[in-house]
Design a protein around this ligand. Structure first.
Ligand code: KIV
Length: 268
């Protein structure tokens, strides 16, 4: 792992030399510090903040004002990793002007290095306006959680001839509008592979098979914080169980008057 700061041009270079790009979500300073030290290339302050941290049942209620302090904390922690912040539902769809204003607000107040929002051809004008304003942009296609209601729930995308064609047209529109990378979420593996081959910019998959140029996971799923994780994810740790063990040890030590001991105590 090199300590050199990851910059936007590195992602295309990684795609060209076949080096997989790693991305994880992060929402706070200590978690972002841990992932930065582990060599994760990109930290995503996703609007998955809504259902993973704020206790909402989806990403739809998340606001820009809620996102900014979390994105700022992650940006402060990232010494090497490239930080991408999501624009939440309702902050970019109306017009290119709205997308640019929200992106500028997020960039100025959070210190993130790039913006991500969902959609393909339907938001291509917004993406072009954002990249013309000098803001790096990462796309998000396939299953797009902000449109969960329109998509009819969590459904795999890119299936069938039409599904593949739609995905390709959306991905090419994002590339044409200046995106530097595209997240593909819950996409049938053959479609993700076809999009990856068709694009010059990298694809980052989540539930999109192994052919994409990189992978992203929600960190709580990756680290085993809850007792459930989506089928496409893998638990690389048991952090939730470890936290419960630590807290149970603390409760026991305090109740048993074992903690604090002499070494934790200030004498006069
Ligand atoms: O918000 C998020 O965490 C995301 C990832 C699932 C890609 O957009």
């Amino acid at each position: 792992m090199s300590l050199k700061k990851v910059r936007i041009h590195h992602f295309k270079e990684m795609k060209q030399r076949g080096e997989k790009i790693t991305m994880l979500t992060a929402y706070d300073f200590p978690t972002a510090k841990a992932f930065d030290a582990a060599g994760v290339d990109m930290l995503l302050v996703g609007d998955s903040l809504g259902d993973n941290v704020l206790g909402y049942d989806s990403t739809v209620p998340v606001t820009l004002d809620e996102m900014i302090p979390f994105a700022r904390a992650v940006s402060r922690a990232a010494e090497r990793a490239f930080v991408v912040a999501d624009l939440p539902f309702g902050t970019y769809e109306v017009s290119p002007e709205q997308a640019v204003e929200s992106s500028i607000r997020m960039m100025k107040l959070s210190g993130a290095q790039a913006i991500k929002f969902e959609g393909g051809r339907r938001v291509a004008r917004q993406v072009k306006a954002v990249t013309d304003a000098g803001i790096p942009f990462c796309g998000h296609l396939g299953f797009t959680p902000q449109s969960e209601n329109a998509l009819g729930g969590h459904r795999v995308q890119g299936r069938g001839e039409q599904g593949l064609q739609d995905l390709l047209d959306d991905a090419l529109a994002l590339q044409e509008a200046g995106a530097f990378a595209v997240v593909l979420e819950m996409v049938a593996a053959p479609a993700a592979e076809a999009v990856t081959k068709a694009l010059d910019i990298p694809t980052i998959g989540i539930g999109a098979g192994s052919s994409t140029d990189g992978q992203v996971l929600v960190w709580l799923d990756m680290a085993g914080v809850g007792d459930w994780h989506p089928r496409f994810s893998r638990q690389f740790g048991a952090v939730g169980a470890e936290m419960t063990n630590a807290a149970a040890g603390y409760v026991q030590a305090v109740k048993g008057v074992e903690f604090p001991a002499a070494e934790h105590t200030f004498e006069s």
